[in-house]
Design a protein around this ligand. Structure first.
Ligand code: ATP
Ligand code: MG
Length: 369
């Protein structure tokens, strides 16, 4: 039988001419099934004209039949985001302002239960790695109490501009569009902000920003699984979450709570990343010392039946490059750059596979609870 991944590879050759992006990357392929009777999927368009939809559908069928044989049965349904995204697209009575239809295909949260495990480090390096791989990427730091992105990108003194339409124009560095709550809120004042103020500021901050066309908008969340985090993940139409943990048992216990939080709001956890997993002394490059224990995050991922995305070593250069505003992945001569590049690749695989095989109306279902 034909494999789903093979079908996806073929559909990746179907290009939307205006943007030059393939239809899998655009998140247009949904509900993909391979059955005895043939290949079936839905094309989800924000604003379908019948002519365009059937063009995409014909091109897909032609490509699939060219690969798998002209007698392969290909059934394509057309769905529109407009059906659900209008008045139905509401969470907890609030209008949701950032829609994938606005040009952002995937919004992915980087989260943890415990603080200081390397969320911001992972969010920054992953974002740059995705940009290096040719994706259009935005990174938003919604950690109002402890924003890190201005430091990690070396843009502490920069301030975003506002367009004529009164929308925030994100800054840009290393190919990533950047925005931090740290730019907008004085840190000393932020500590007295209460939960509802934080979440309404986050909503406004994300929806009033001119992100343009993005494949990925990465959110660097504040640590923990309290009210603020829960409200943020409910407010934003997240396509998925990545959980960062360190190997220690205390961190894994909190990572489990993090997974639980996303389960509660039906946001798929795309995987767990283990940070500070092992140490390799520079003079012994072939050795891996698992200082905090080995295999904990992998075991947790297996137990919770979520993917394990990979491990990141504990390296002085990761900390130094973060402090210096040049994420480690920007220097391809560092061995750890390849680790982030590989993580980004595996994240894209998960996201595209999930989008293509998941229901076309998933986001709307969340909202009807
Ligand atoms: N793999 C690593 N090797 C060495 N240092 C690291 C690594 N990952 C993160 N660090 C360092 O650990 C510190 C905490 O990392 P980071 O700020 O990314 O964590 P966080 O989870 O975002 O923290 P918070 O919960 O405060 O938001 C930083 O100084 C960072 O440079
Ligand atoms: Mg952080």
């Amino acid at each position: 039988m034909i494999q789903l991944v093979e079908v996806l590879d073929v559909l990746r050759t179907v290009i939307e001419p205006e943007s030059g992006r393939n239809i899998v990357r655009l998140g247009w392929v949904r509900d993909l099934r391979v059955e005895e009777s043939g290949i079936r999927f839905t094309i989800l368009l924000a604003d379908p004209s019948i002519a365009f939809a059937s063009e995409v559908s014909d091109a897909s069928r032609d490509a699939l039949q060219a690969t798998f044989g002209s007698d392969t049965n290909v059934a394509v349904d057309i769905d529109s985001e407009m059906i659900g995204m209008g008045m139905d697209h509401q969470i907890a009575g609030q209008k949701n302002d950032i829609k994938p239809g606005d040009g952002v295909v995937n919004i992915i949260a980087v989260a943890s239960g415990k603080g200081g495990v390397g969320k911001s480090t992972v969010a920054c390096n992953l974002s740059v790695a995705l940009a290096q791989a040719g994706y259009d990427v935005g990174l938003a730091d919604v950690d109002i109490y402890g924003p890190s992105i201005p430091t990690m990108f070396g843009i502490e003194d920069a301030r975003p501009k506002v367009s004529d339409q009164r929308r925030i124009i994100p800054l840009e560095k290393y190919g990533v569009k950047l925005l931090s709550m740290g730019f907008l809120v004085d840190r000393d004042k932020a500590v007295i902000w209460r939960g509802p103020m934080v979440t309404s500021a986050v909503r406004q901050f994300l929806s009033d920003t001119d992100w343009g066309e993005l494949d990925y908008l990465i959110l660097d969340l504040p640590p923990g699984t309290g009210d603020i985090q829960l409200t943020i993940v409910q407010t934003v139409p997240l396509g998925g979450a990545v959980i960062v943990s360190t190997p220690q048992r205390v961190a894994l216990t909190d990572a489990r709570k993090g997974v639980g939080m996303f389960d509660q709001v039906d946001v798929p956890v795309l995987g767990i990343i283990e940070n500070m997993a092992y140490f390799t002394p520079p003079e012994l490059p072939d050795k891996k010392y698992y200082l905090f224990g080995q295999g904990g995050a992998k075991a947790l991922a297996d137990e919770l039946k979520i993917p394990f995305l990979g491990e990141i070593p504990l390296e002085q250069i990761i900390r130094e490059s973060g402090d210096a505003g040049t994420p480690a992945v920007t220097d391809p001569s560092l061995p750890v750059a390849a680790v982030f590049t590989e993580l980004a690749r595996s994240l894209v695989d998960r996201v595209e596979f999930r989008n293509a095989t998941g229901p076309s109306t998933q986001k709307i279902e969340i909202l009807h609870k």
